[in-house]
Design a protein around this ligand. Sequence first.
Ligand SMILES: [Zn+2]
Length: 120
Amino acid sequence: MCSERKASRTRPPPWRTAARFYQLKSGHALTGVYLKNTDNRPDDHCWWCDPENISGTQHTRDHLFKHCSRWKDQQAELWVRVKEATKRAKRKLRVGDLLADERCSPAGVGLPTEHERLPR
Ligand SMILES: [Zn+2]
């Protein structure tokens, strides 16, 4: 199997990544806190790094982007790119500000631009 074909099987389509970005930006991502607030989950702890709810770690945007052990590799790559674009370190930037900053827009972090097809 060629590597390009293999990559297309493991990587989500661009529109799905864009959809997740806008869910995160609008505060409607399926985090533990959102699911609990919408009565779709009994608790809001992180199911990746605290599955037994021992530490009580809330599954929030901030947790996913900065602290969750499940996403350490992706966080490291993201924050390197953010620092290059904004000159601000992870500890100096709130996730809400990150998602609102044009330099960290979908195009800035490698997501589809407004000219590419998005889901309807
Ligand atoms: Zn976690």
